[in-house]
Design a protein around this ligand. Structure first.
Ligand SMILES: Cc1cc2nc3c(=O)[nH]c(=O)nc-3n(C[C@H](O)[C@H](O)[C@H](O)COP(=O)(O)OP(=O)(O)OC[C@H]3O[C@@H](n4cnc5c(N)ncnc54)[C@H](O)[C@@H]3O)c2cc1C
Length: 514
């Protein structure tokens, strides 16, 4: 990675997360281009970074990698024992930690896995099995397919089913697309006023987006995720969530990055792009800080994979069309507050009902919206090591709990503390006695986990409309890309490589995902 930087490339890619590494893999291996990937963090992976516990040796290195790669940080004051003690006494050894709570979709049958397979790289996802809903009193209910849900009235269940049926009968993704600019809240409220049915379907919308306020979720995007789930045969009770085994989600970018370097591409870490150079409406390269040096590097093609609000900081003023700039500015950054806990017994040992050990746990109202949050704050969790056994050492268990919040809420210390306090209160009620088996608690906060277009906007395209040679890739980009997170990042990578080369790379994934 300390290879000498030349001053001229066919393409420079800013960022070595999923999208950047995938574009790099295609341009090097299929198009034989001379490619340079510049990554500001000391590690590759971007927001999908993960860590082996024994690899975390210095608190400052851990915080630096979390911050630069994933826009996340570890809330050291709330960790127990103190973060320095957790690290120095080797308590994390043998565990695999993510930057925060993660649960993707479609296990090994999503875009990510198909794209990796196209380069002969494996996927390491495991499906969740079982879904437990904790009602407003935090009493658990197993969800069984086709059987009335324990916390719902007959009427609420019938209304909820009516809406599910309507969603599932949407024939194609194109049919769903007409609701792309309709907020999920409006779409659902036209169908019912039943509170239980609304609460359930709002929760499903939040599962897809980690946005708590259904007014911020696109009904069309939600329907598309339902259609794809239908086609994949996954359900909340089986396979709806996929969890990565060892070494965690970084296997995705690492897989693509290996293709880049195997095909002569260059990946340089600790290399921050300060500015994208533009002259007469054409991109000419970048200015980057690499080590202690500032370098001008030329290329006729630049791919920016920084999330939209960060991407705006890299561009000279007035080079973007104002409508495009507006869409980037209005991107909604959804974040999360996560507790990762090392246990000597799994969570199900403390649950008041018998549950599948691989269950996904959910409660819709950890904190009500009336306390000043945007939407009710939910809480989701699982014993990750029961689902993906390679993420904890023999005889130990890794439990993960996450509440989604907006980026601005992650910057409010009172709100973050409130979520953590309430998370611990919930665990005491829902899993009484669990504290006796806790060896360590580690909290991470991520400001920008998933990026979403505002439901009234189009997704910004991968081709910059006003600067020739400038492209974007990442979970927030790609007019024709649907869904979010790692699936969207890989979808946009395929779209971007196609836009640069004039070829279609979407056929690397099945038609359903195109
Ligand atoms: C805690 C957390 C939980 C998540 N949970 C899920 C989940 O459950 N399911 C799911 O599907 N998705 C989840 N996501 C989102 C998912 O990880 C992202 O959508 C995906 O990884 C985005 O990939 P990307 O390539 O688009 O962008 P990124 O991963 O953000 O890649 C951009 C890269 O650019 C680099 N960069 C930025 N600016 C510069 C610069 N100036 N110079 C050089 N490099 C730069 C960054 O360091 C980064 O490596 C989660 C994210 C986080 C943080």
């Amino acid at each position: 990675m300390a290879e000498k930087i030349s001053d001229n490339y066919d393409a420079i890619i800013i960022g070595c997360g999923i999208a950047g590494s995938l574009v790099g893999a295609i341009l090097t291996s299929k198009e034989h281009k001379k490619v340079l990937v510049l990554e500001r963090s000391p590690k590759i992976g971007g927001r999908a970074i993960s860590f082996r516990g024994e690899g975390i040796r210095e608190m400052s290195d851990f915080q630096k990698a979390l911050g630069l790669s994933a826009n996340a940080w570890c809330y050291a004051e709330r960790c127990e024992p103190a973060l320095s003690k957790i690290i120095n006494s080797g308590l994390l050894d043998g565990y695999v930690l993510e930057a925060g709570g993660r649960a993707g979709w479609y296990t090994n049958r999503g875009r990510v896995s198909y794209a990796l397979a196209a380069f002969n790289k494996p996927s390491i996802f495991y499906p969740s099995v079982g879904f437990v809903w904790f009602d407003h009193q935090w009493k658990p209910h197993n969800v069984t397919r086709g059987v009335k849900y324990g916390w719902m009235s007959e009427e609420g269940f019938a209304e909820m089913r009516k809406i599910s049926k309507h969603m599932l009968q949407t024939p194609t993704l194109a049919d769903a697309e007409q609701y792309d600019k309709v907020p999920l809240k409006d779409w659902l409220q036209k169908m019912t006023s039943n509170k239980e049915a609304l609460e359930f379907h709002y929760a499903m919308g939040t599962f897809h987006t980690i946005l708590n306020d259904p007014a911020l979720i696109s009904a069309g995007e939600n329907l598309k995720a339902v259609i794809i789930s239908r086609e994949m045969g996954v359900h909340v009770t089986h396979g709806a969530w996929s969890l990565a085994g060892d070494p965690g989600h970084r296997f995705i970018a690492e897989g693509f990055a290996a293709v880049v370097t195997d095909n002569g591409g260059q990946i340089t870490t600790n290399a921050r792009v300060k500015e994208i150079s533009v002259q007469n409406g054409k991109v000419t390269g970048v200015i980057a800080e690499i080590g202690n040096e500032t370098k001008k590097i030329k290329a006729p093609v630049v791919v920016c994979t920084a999330p939209p609000k960060q991407a705006l900081q890299l561009l000279p003023k007035k080079v973007l069309r104002s409508d495009f700039e507006g869409v980037l500015e209005r991107t909604i950054n959804a974040g999360g507050i996560t507790g990762q806990f090392g246990l000597t017994k799994p969570l199900e040992a403390f649950c008041k009902i018998e549950v599948d050990p691989r269950s996904f746990y959910h409660t819709p109202i950890l904190i009500p919206e009336s306390e000043g949050f945007r939407g009710n704050v939910p809480l989701d969790g699982f014993t990750l090591s029961n689902i993906a056994p390679t993420v904890a050492p023999e005889g130990k268990y890794l439990a993960v709990w996450v509440s989604s919040v907006l980026e601005e809420e992650t910057r409010d210390k009172k709100k973050v503390d409130r979520v953590i306090d309430r998370m611990l209160e919930f665990l005491d009620v829902a899993f009484p006695g669990w504290r006796k088996v806790v060896e360590w608690k580690l909290f991470t906060i991520s400001g920008t986990a998933l990026c979403w277009r505002h439901p009234k906007d189009n997704k910004p395209d991968v081709i910059c409309p006003s600067v020739e040679g400038l492209y974007f890739a990442g979970d927030a980009y790609g007019e024709r890309a649907n869904e979010g997170g790692i699936e969207a990042a890989s979808h946009s990578g395929l779209l971007c490589a196609g836009a640069i080369t004039g070829k279609s790379y979407l056929d690397m994934v099945p038609p359903l995902f195109q």
